[in-house]
Design a protein around this ligand. Structure first.
Ligand SMILES: O=c1ccn([C@@H]2O[C@H](COP(=O)(O)O)[C@@H](O)[C@H]2O)c(=O)[nH]1
Length: 274
């Protein structure tokens, strides 16, 4: 059976629940008394925030930092997300020469531990994205290519037309698929920082069929009210992620995390006049 494409699954959930929020889950050991407390809290935040989330985005670094135990937590978290019907974006920012990229794609988009989607780093060249795109397209998954990251230092390397070049590659890689399938969104998405609100219209226009992942809401200072230009006219086509601003909204209070997620959801909907 052909798997339902990631963008379609995410869009359906987004429209059904009325949310454009991506729940970031980046558990920090120094916030907890024990590893068990970290695990219990992270899974509880997932549960409590799921009704307000279109998808979930665990960032590998925080799980890798906890060793094999952390990778098991990541796997358990993904299993819990699946049971809640939450599409999973693994934020691994993988990228390497083609043959190694193929191994990454096997691991994170096809294997037993796979998520639904993976963030990928295009620095090694357009051809190194192909194994990720092929794996995503074959499995109903997606890739999110780093186009314009949210951090202030991104300009060091991403300025001088580099982000524009990457955006062209993203648009090209997704083009055949949308022509073939007739769907509006391809499986080749892009990461564009929510911290660049004045550029969002430009990136939206440059990649008309890309699902955009916008990190930076909350802790990095981005405001939901400034992000409407990232979306397609019907209010689909983008999700906005917040991690610390939800998981640690008020100490380790799970209810406060749920309230923060709800409030981000409402602010994004208000920005879109929904
Ligand atoms: O450009 C990027 C790409 C990825 N990220 C990741 O998103 C979250 C942001 O966390 P907050 O706590 O909401 O600031 C984190 O996992 C980053 O690695 C990003 O911030 N910017």
């Amino acid at each position: 059976m052909t798997p339902t494409p990631f963008a379609q699954r995410l869009t359906e959930r987004s429209l059904t629940l009325g949310t454009r929020l991506c729940l970031g889950l980046d558990p920090r050991l120094d916030a907890y008394e024990s590893r068990d407390a970290l695990r219990q809290h992270t899974l509880a935040v997932l549960d409590g925030c799921a009704p307000y989330a279109a998808c979930v985005k665990p960032q590998f670094a925080f799980y890798e930092a906890l060793g094999l135990w952390g990778m098991q937590l990541l796997e358990d978290l993904c299993a819990a997300a699946r049971s809640l019907d939450l599409p999973i974006i693994l934020d691994g920012k993988r990228g390497d020469i083609g043959s190694t990229a193929a191994a990454y794609a096997q691991a994170w988009l096809m294997g037993d531990h796979a998520g639904d989607a993976l963030t990928v780093n295009p620095f090694l060249g357009a051809e190194t994205l192909t194994p990720f795109v092929e794996a995503a397209q074959a499995n109903g998954g997606a890739v999110f290519v780093l186009v314009k990251t949210s951090n202030p230092g991104q300009a060091d390397f991403q300025g001088e037309g580099v982000s524009e070049r990457v955006a062209q590659v993203v648009a090209r890689l997704g083009q055949d698929e949308v022509e073939r399938s007739g769907s509006e969104l391809s499986s080749v998405g892009a990461v564009v920082g929510a911290t660049h609100p004045q550029e969002l219209a430009q990136w939206r226009a440059a990649m008309p069929h890309a699902l955009l992942l916008l990190p930076g809401l909350g802790a990095q200072g981005a405001k939901a009210a400034d992000l409407a230009a990232a979306f397609l006219p019907d209010g689909t086509g983008a999700v906005v992620s917040a991690s610390r601003g939800i998981q640690y909204a008020h100490a380790l209070d799970v209810d406060a995390a749920g309230a923060a997620a709800k409030s981000f959801r409402d602010e994004l909907n208000a920005a879109l006049k929904l």
